[in-house]
Design a protein. Structure first.
Length: 300
């Protein structure tokens, strides 16, 4: 069977922390029906033995029909601090070892020159990711930037320039490599009051991985208080609880030729959290599978 024949040209999975407990976490949640796992690190990979980690997560998956969709590191590789340098080394290490996990995607933040407008980060982005993109291309690896602002704007921020389509144009002009693209999710676009659907269609060829996270926008709050007032106007949500129509998202992904994973980014929903975290994530898993078309039915 091809992936399309058993309905997993687009897999539905979740994010798992990339530390030493990743294998145990996968063993515990795999029976719920997750089809892929994105292994994530915050800022550095620390003392993680990636070869041992790859062996452990592969053993955890065993003969189940699931994959490691991507490995990711979220920090600021463009700045010059000690931890920033460790983030950059983490990108290198994940690029060099992604094949051990059976994935060709390394994802994370693009980084940013802190406190400066986005355009002032582009020369440094070109310097850092020009080299990383070549290193990755030589190994058959794709690089995907998450579109999270981390509270930044065009004028200033601390973490990531890759949250705005105008920035994407500048980034991909600076590093015009076919293996450089996006780890896209509609949540951050909705919070920025951007319609995610035209954007999805426009940038389809650059979308390598999708985070399963949504948002709820309180339009009455926007109308009354605006987006800079004391009242919160947007909430990150697990898919199935937010404003996006994921049937449309998955349909457009398929029409655009996307093959890969939608991995749920949990731990953000204001309702389905704490003791209800996995309740929300498993609901999101089943919801996204239904949006994918439900159970696969073979043609006669």
């Amino acid at each position: 069977m091809t992936r399309h024949e058993h309905h997993k040209d687009i897999r539905i999975g979740t994010l798992v922390g990339g530390g030493k407990n990743a294998g145990d976490t996968i063993r515990k949640i795999l029976p719920h029906g997750f089809e892929s796992f994105s292994l994530t690190f915050w800022q550095t990979i620390g003392d993680t033995d990636l070869k041992r980690l790859a062996k452990d997560v592969k053993e955890a998956i065993g003969d189940r029909d699931a994959v490691i969709s991507s490995v990711a590191i979220f920090g600021n590789p463009l700045e010059g601090g000690e931890q920033d340098a460790e983030t950059c080394k983490g990108w290198q290490a994940l690029i060099d070892n992604a094949h051990l996990f059976g994935t060709d995607i390394v994802a994370g933040f693009a980084g940013r020159i802190r406190g400066k407008p986005i355009e002032e980060s582009i020369p440094r982005f070109k310097q850092v990711f020009g080299k990383l993109a070549k290193r990755a291309a030589d190994k058959g690896i794709r690089l995907a930037f998450e579109n999270c602002s981390m509270g930044g704007t065009w004028a200033s921020g601390d973490w990531n320039i890759a949250h705005n389509p105008d920035a994407w144009s500048m980034m991909f002009d600076a590093v015009p490599s076919a293996n450089v693209g996006l780890e896209w999710e509609p949540c951050h676009q909705r919070v920025a009051l951007i319609d995610p659907m035209p954007q999805l269609r426009q940038w389809m060829s650059k979308i390598f991985h999708v985070h399963g996270k949504d948002a709820t926008i309180l339009n009455d709050v926007v109308r009354k208080h605006g987006v800079y007032g004391k009242e919160q106007f947007a909430f990150h949500r697990t898919p199935g609880f937010g404003d996006s129509n994921w049937t449309d998202i998955i349909s457009d992904l398929r029409r655009g030729g996307f093959k890969g994973s939608i991995d749920i980014e949990g731990w953000h929903d204001p309702v389905y959290r704490d003791d209800l975290e996995m309740t929300g994530q498993v609901h999101g898993l089943h919801y996204l599978k239904q949006c994918r078309g439900g159970d696969f039915v073979a043609n006669p």
